[in-house]
Design a protein. Sequence first.
Lengths: 98, 500, 505
Amino acid sequence: MSEINREAVAHLARLAHIEMTNDELDKMAGELDVIVDSIKSVSEVAGEDIPATSHPIPLTNVFREDVVGQTLTNEEALSGAPDNAAGRFKVPAILDEE
Amino acid sequence: MSELITSSAAQLAAKLAAREVTAVEVTQAHLDRINEVDGAINAFLHVNTDEALQVAADVDKARAAGEDLHELAGVPIAIKDLIVTKGQPTTAGSKMLEGWMSPYDATVISKIRAARMPMLGKTNLDEFAMGSSTEHSAYGPTHNPWDLDRIPGGSGGGSAAAVAAFEAPLALGTDTGGSIRQPAAVTGSVGVKPTYGGVSRYGAIAMASSLDQIGPVSRTVLDAALLQEVIGGHDPRDSTSLTDPVGSLADAARNGNVAGMRIGIVKELQGEGYEAGVQARFNESVEMLRDAGAEIVEVSCPNFKYALGAYYLIMPSEASSNLAKYDGVRYGMRELPAEPPLTIERVMSATRAAGFGDEVKRRIILGTYALSAGYYDAYYGSAQKVRTLIQRDFDAAFAQADVLISPTSPNTAFKLGEKLDDPLAMYLNDIATIPANMAGIPGISIPGGLSDGLPVGIQFLAPAREDIRLYRAGAALEGMLEQKWGGPLLASAPVLGGVK
Amino acid sequence: MSVYIQDETLSFEEAMEKYDPVLGFEVHVELNTKTKMFSDAPNIFGDEPNTAVTPVDLGMPGVLPVVNKKAVEYSILIGLALNCKIAESCTFARKQYFYPDTPKNFQTSQYEDPIAYDGYLDIELEDGTVFRVEIERAHMEEDAGKLTHMGGATGRIQGADFSLVDYNRAGVPLVEIVTKPIEGAGSRAPELAKAYVAAIREIVKNLGVSDAKMERGNVRCDANVSLRPYGQEKFGTRSETKNVNSLRAVERAVRFEIQRHAAVLDSGNAIVQETRHWHEDTRSTTSGRPKSDADDYRYFPEPDLVPVVTSKEWIEELRAQLPEPPAERRKRLKEDWGYSDAEFRDVVNAGVMEAIEETIAAGASAQVARKWWMGEVARRAKEAEVDPIDVGVTPELIVELDRLVQAGKINDKLARQVLDGVLAGEGTPEEVIDKRGLAVVSDDGPLLEAIDAALAAQPDVADKIRGGKVQAVGAIVGGVMKATRGQADAGRVRELILERLGVQG
């Protein structure tokens, strides 16, 4: 079995910004353990000499000219916002960092 | 049942052009059908009645005025609710985006508007396209028109079911690991995943950017070709969009022919793990193609056995990143933490806890794991190398064959709830469709007959940019099968009697 | 809630006696392209909030980035100007962290393969010493939006009730320039820090790729400082001071951190690896966030963008567009203007080299231009505690004043009064002369009276002049000028005196 336990999932959940109860962490740890175990073989297949593929169809140098296009209005920009004020998105205080 | 809803898109286009019917009549007939059966199917999350009828009325007016119209003008279409649309809500099947209205149209939607095809509404899907059964939708599962107790496939179960239940002649889907082809297979419809970059992804809500592709869902190969011609082509808003011309797909579909074509059977995409009925229908199709003059060869893709594992590293990795933006700040839902303090960090975490379903969370956590410090090389990095190996397998296979053939899915539609608690069993549904996404190549699924009364899908795969071969081979097999059945497979679907 | 604590510091001299500082800089340069890095929204400053945005800049569902070619070219130009190698092929990557000013909750940046790497910059210190700073890399990325903290007492994050987010700046193209560790600066570390950032600012301004205004955040500096005992090879633990956004602040922040580190090390404690925040008001840094396991950025290749491949032709085409490097330009200007080393260094340090260049271009001589900018203008700048170029004097004004002096309409002393009037908004120099009645006395009548009086007052001097000692005329001129309260044209006065005495000038 792999190394995914409650603590590992709790760390991942913090990184991913998903609040989880202890029960959820345990359930997730169990499920992920099974999944990771079944896909582990992937790390053993490809040797050093095999290049990585990040894009299925290789393209290069796809650019845009530096020409201004259509923008959203302030109303459109804020239309889906859970909260807004003074033309801006409003969020609760950020305490942990400046 | 009205002939207007059993007609193919090509047939409707012909009737509209001949002014035998009006676009309003065609659109209204489909809206009526939705009204009649969708309570049982749940293919639609939103029905776009007023706008669809308005577009149809405008088409009729334009036709009366002698304007030049696109071939599919007035032919209605359903849109997978992963594709953003102005004026209609887009939910991605998630609570996270409940009620959200996009301020912009996806490129494919702009093209559909330009062709003046009435949009009937938005179709159901697994949340953020994560699933193979449409059971992971936050808005309830979609039911398979062949058996309402069974899944319609996923993630695009809504689009496939809508087409199979004659609620729409055409639909748009998205395919990351089989989300167009597998639902097509289990509902008896046709689904195409074009070459990666063949259709713009701009406005398709991203799950895994290097795998996602928009494509057509229909009841005939020709209809799929007609729709791909509408939505395909270069888009400067998508950096991965191809500029290469693709040729006339519709001509290929009208002239299906496999004489002299080398068709490769992939050793690894059949046999063990495939239901007997699926394997039997597949073998019959191969024989039929051989009889029609195709040269059948066997090819081996030894690295395909790692494809599922590599897919379940790459897909969740990219998804974990693509879904980071849903945080309760700019759009969509915001959930406040149950207890103070009220900080943005805690609001984000509470929002994502409440807004995402279990499967989405599972994949986000899995992807976060695969990318995290210390694991990247072993997981994400290795998966990318496997991707290279899979591409090499395809390169070798396509040196021997013009197209490859396999069952689309190892099994027919299973019962709702049957695999819901077993993610691994669910993931196996995509074993035959995933390799194409890993390599960016195109694939089509067409109906191949029934197994125990349920549809079986046959998949063709072609090299990148050779979508045209899929249509030529697919149309040939479709023609032969329909001749054998005495009509389209869907004509024998039990729902034709009327789902009540 | 963090509590404000003033850290202990050692005197700079004592710190330098005991410890060897190692510096490192990450300078972010905002490019002045017309549009953003990955969207076609306008790249403008000071618009109404959330209007210079497209769905891409807001990270809306379904959007995709497309690279701005001009931003890539500007980045290559910066790389070339920093003597970097340009990558034959490079990619973009996602740097993942959650923050409300980051619309996708990842920043599209470059990770393993920056567009430019392995460069250097020769930095000239005030006394002319040249110090080579090695550049590790310069990579492309995008800026974040702007947060405004509301409520609470201070407008800072601590104590704020809520924050407002404006994404106009989100997606503005950035080039991040990262140095290798800078060793051996010793007690000149603060000065080097300032000079380095000034040099970067000068280069990007000279290239025309950035507005380079530090007060607007076009150029932003993160300064890394660590100390180690002399003779030790291994680097000490570093702090990264953010928010250092003026040249003076860079110098002061580095100096403060050296003093703070020295005090911590002296007391036998360990430096915490953390970010620090610079406060101009207290001229000190405060603790930000320590490094933690949340700093796992999970970089991976950006699947929505394809690699940038730079051909030799493309790079050479861009190299041909490079303007003269600032150091070479300075050398050329010094020679052209005929200034001494000391004169030229003073001009550069006073920040008036461009102003002098423009003044000469507008028609003044090199000496006149220097006389004004380093004299009268510099004096006024010092009084007002501003930079000379911010006094309000234009090259054209200096040329005009000089023309009036040359024409004998005013003299140097009057010219200063004319300048007062112009700066006070009284109009053009000519108008000020009229309004204030400052024109030199050119009617010979009153002058002759004053000359006669002066000659009568100093008969011995008059005799000397008559006797051929023409240089003695200055004493009489001085008397006349005094009598006319400076309003006479000294040249004309001299002529008239010699005429009166029948002597050839």
